[in-house]
Design a protein around this ligand. Structure first.
Ligand code: SF4
Length: 230
């Protein structure tokens, strides 16, 4: 029987992107396949759930939220579990399923995409994240599959982000022949190593993306951090 490690479950308000302010039920899965220097979402503890066990917990929240957010860490590390869990959830609820992911596991996304409504995909710029693995092929394949549903393409921007990485993102987004939201998110400063970009650089990245992709571009910080909520 498939099981999954879940770090926490709670209701709060979306702090990022076009759904900012929406009341959502967050299910945070444990662990990640990346190592971003700005990461603030890797709890140390978890509880192991079966599909039925997690369904009981989720249904216990009744209708007090708008979307079910599957987040992490990287939730697609549990794609086989999620395929079963989300199919079951969809048979009980009409709530939209909102997947937050680092966009590096395209094969795993294929297993669950039928049960997902919104994909919030992070582009993990090596210059911002400090994780220098080559992720561009994986991002391109991932975005192709994710575009079957509502796609939000997001990138965290720091004072180290390079135009080269923005150009890689632009090339992938340009290849998606439908509307999508592109969000540039200035990093929330955490320490002397993690600093925000200056405004001119940030708007220069946004202008480049707008001009080369003709998609909607948003610049938006982390609302929940500004408000001091979870
Ligand atoms: S992909 Fe997300 S959860 Fe994983 S290390 Fe990076 S910021 Fe943290």
């Amino acid at each position: 029987m498939e099981t999954a490690k879940v770090s926490e479950m709670f209701i709060s308000y979306q702090g990022e992107g076009p759904f900012a302010g929406s009341r959502q039920l967050f299910v945070r899965f444990y662990g990640c396949n990346r190592a971003c220097i700005y990461c603030d979402t890797l709890p140390e503890s978890y509880e192991t759930f079966t599909k039925d066990g997690l369904m009981r917990k989720v249904l216990g929240f009744k209708d007090a939220y708008n979307e079910l957010v599957v987040t992490g860490g990287e939730p697609l590390l549990f794609a086989d579990f999620l395929r079963q869990f989300l199919a079951c959830f969809k048979s009980f609820s009409e709530k939209a399923v909102y997947l937050e992911t680092n966009g590096t596991l395209p094969g795993e996304l294929s297993k669950v995409i039928d049960h997902v409504d919104i994909v919030a995909m992070d582009f993990k710029f090596p210059s911002s994240s400090g994780d220098t693995d080559d992720i561009w092929d994986a991002h391109e394949k991932f975005a192709e599959t994710a575009a079957q549903k509502e796609l939000i393409a997001k990138a965290v921007i720091t004072d180290r982000t390079t135009m080269d990485d923005v150009k890689h993102m632009a090339r992938i987004i340009r290849g998606i022949k439908k509307d999508l939201n592109v969000v540039l998110q200035p990093v929330t400063p955490m320490n002397a190593m993690i600093r925000e970009p200056d405004g001119e650089t940030l708007s220069g990245f946004a202008e480049y993306l707008k001009n080369t992709t003709e998609k909607d571009i948003m610049i938006l910080g982390q609302l929940h951090r500004c408000l001091g909520i979870r």
